[in-house]
Design a binder for this molecule. Structure first.
Ligand code: 6GU
Length: 250
């Protein structure tokens, strides 16, 4: 996977993604990352990239031409026209299935806006995907691009080791992950759940599955509706909820 990020703040992108698992994958050559400075494509005396909005209003708008030339330079260099993801609060909200799907691409271009946005005409011409990372406002698209790159990268084959594999984790089957424990057995008078010390693999698996279901029910009931629970598991959950209610009443 080769990422190309069009931005006015290339150093932000370059600093943030060379550590940990993503950094290791870049050293191995499984991923590459190029930050393209849009300002390098502003061919005017002051390298100006923004101007006042037609029709008036607050803020500045990023002009079409430098963005277009930055995009064209990437396409020219790699000889293809990859998908272009524009980071905007107006886009579709990013989720795990999108990360899995985007991980299949060979190249991806991320377009990061600032100020009050980018001239609509260049967006119409080059953008294939409008993506938001949630319902809150940020000052620019760089952090969202980094969030997406992290999440897409771990779905690229070879980035995670078998140990770190993305199979049994949060959002697999729309369930949250079960709680984890490590040594010591007792910490601040809190004991590790007995079943995890039992060495009984099937019981451990069952307990973890149950914990995933309970957590999702408690913290993300919206996800649970989409989770693939068996009829038996739904029955068990209803039983647990009933017990919980009885406990809180007494
Ligand atoms: Cl993608 N951009 C900005 N500026 N703010 C956001 C966002 C993106 N996603 C959520 N808030």
């Amino acid at each position: 996977m080769n990422y190309h990020v069009l931005t006015l703040f290339p150093e932000m992108i370059e600093q943030g993604l060379h550590t940990s698992i993503i950094g290791r994958a870049m050293q191995k050559g499984i991923l590459s990352l190029e930050a393209v400075n849009i300002r390098d494509f502003a061919f005017n005396k002051h390298q100006k990239v923004d101007d006042y909005p037609y029709g008036g209003g607050a803020g500045m708008v990023m002009q079409a031409e430098p963005v277009y030339l930055a995009y064209a330079s990437v396409c020219e260099k790699i000889g293809t026209k990859p998908r272009v993801i524009y980071l905007t609060p107006q886009g579709k909200v990013f989720h795990q299935a999108m990360a899995r799907e985007l991980a299949l691409e060979e190249d991806l271009i991320f377009l990061c806006g600032h100020y009050e946005g980018i001239d609509e005409r260049v967006l119409e011409e080059i953008v294939t995907d409008y993506v938001s990372i949630g319902d809150y406002v940020l000052t620019g698209g760089e952090l969202p691009a980094m969030v997406m790159i992290d999440s897409i990268s771990r779905m690229v084959p070879g980035v995670l080791s078998n140990q770190e594999s993305g199979e049994t984790e949060s959002f697999a089957g729309n369930l949250l992950e079960y709680p984890q424990y490590s040594r010591p057995e007792t910490w601040h008078e809190r004991k590790v759940p007995e079943v995890l010390l039992s060495g009984h693999h099937a019981n451990v698996e069952r307990w973890r599955r149950e914990q995933s279901i309970l957590r999702t029910d408690k913290w993300r009931p919206d996800l649970l509706k989409k989770a693939d629970l068996t009829g038996k598991e739904w029955a068990w959950l209803h039983e647990q909820r009933k017990k919980q209610r009885e406990n809180s009443e007494s």
